[in-house]
Design a protein around this ligand. Sequence first.
Ligand SMILES: NC(=O)c1ccc[n+]([C@@H]2O[C@H](COP(=O)([O-])OP(=O)(O)OC[C@H]3O[C@@H](n4cnc5c(N)ncnc54)[C@H](O)[C@@H]3O)[C@@H](O)[C@H]2O)c1
Length: 346
Amino acid sequence: MLDSSNARRQRTALVAGGAGFVGSHLCDELLAAGNRVICVDSYLTGSPANVAPLQNHPDFNMIEHDICNPLVFAEHVDQIYNLACPASPPLYQADPIHTMMTNVIGTANLLQLAARHGASFLQASTSEVYGDPEEHPQHEDYWGHVNCTGPRACYDEGKRAAEALCFDSLRAGDVDARVVRIFNTYGPRMQPNDGRIVSNLIVQALRDEPLTIYGNGAQTRSFCYVSDLVDGLTRLMNVQPNPAVPVNIGNPGEFTIAELADMVCAMLPTRSRVLNGPLPADDPQRRRPDIARARELLGWEPKISLDDGLSRTIAWFQHALLEQARHQNPGTSAKVARAAGSSQGI
Ligand SMILES: NC(=O)c1ccc[n+]([C@@H]2O[C@H](COP(=O)([O-])OP(=O)(O)OC[C@H]3O[C@@H](n4cnc5c(N)ncnc54)[C@H](O)[C@@H]3O)[C@@H](O)[C@H]2O)c1
């Protein structure tokens, strides 16, 4: 039976980081489900283009703001999703102190906002809290293996501190806080040049450039399509009672980076060859989520295979690169667009 009070009143969700890759898909989904959405983003790594189609939606409100500064809203907020933080290693390492502050001060600011509004809170944490894991696959009870002084620490340790803030706020009875640990996610609207493995390989293959693989490509990752992730986020935000434990969301299919490169090459008419580069410091060797908890508590299961998700993502990048080149040079053919993308660093 429907709860008539909730059924009648439209819910307002605040999405911090809503102009980013995942956040913009979440905004789409929340609006489609009839929510009002307030998107808060500094555009540090997100893009106005990601939310441009929403700007005229009557239930969408965009606020440009850095969450390291406190937020005050007169309008009541029912739910807060905190996705604000760069996710790509080169980008979160570009200003590591700001990354740490975004995770600690920014999360504290949003938790305070949630406490004032009595809003539920979902923190986007990460599989990086497991570091270079000594347990495989990674279950939520594993405490992790993180180098707290290395170049990735601003992100890994920042996210671990944010988790601690969430669980302290929950234990104190201040906020209905929930924590999701997201494993590698990919799909349309990834920034072509942000240094993540899936977008890197696809864009390099589209441009016939060498496919950069760090190390020998034997390291593994699990790749989750963005619509599956968004489904997991909304389920965790709405499940009752609050599970009060972190929940992994990721696709348990495990692939080496070399296998991923082979799949991309098989889907594209590319002349690209693999170029092996040095392995970055503290790069995890194996990654695969144990999703038993998400299955049991949320009834969640990923639906999109890597084959299917990659072909959707490739189609999106093909279109995006062509549109950008056409915009800059009307009448551009696909071949010219590819060359233009290469020379303009798209
Ligand atoms: N995509 C993944 O594979 C993945 C994996 C694990 C965790 N996550 C987490 O999910 C969230 C979203 O990731 P994404 O892939 O969409 O990354 P993204 O970089 O595309 O999006 C992050 C968004 O946050 C905004 N932002 C960053 N710092 C901010 C600040 N101080 N104030 C306001 N806005 C700020 C950026 O402008 C951007 O729009 C991040 O918190 C990330 O740590 C993502």
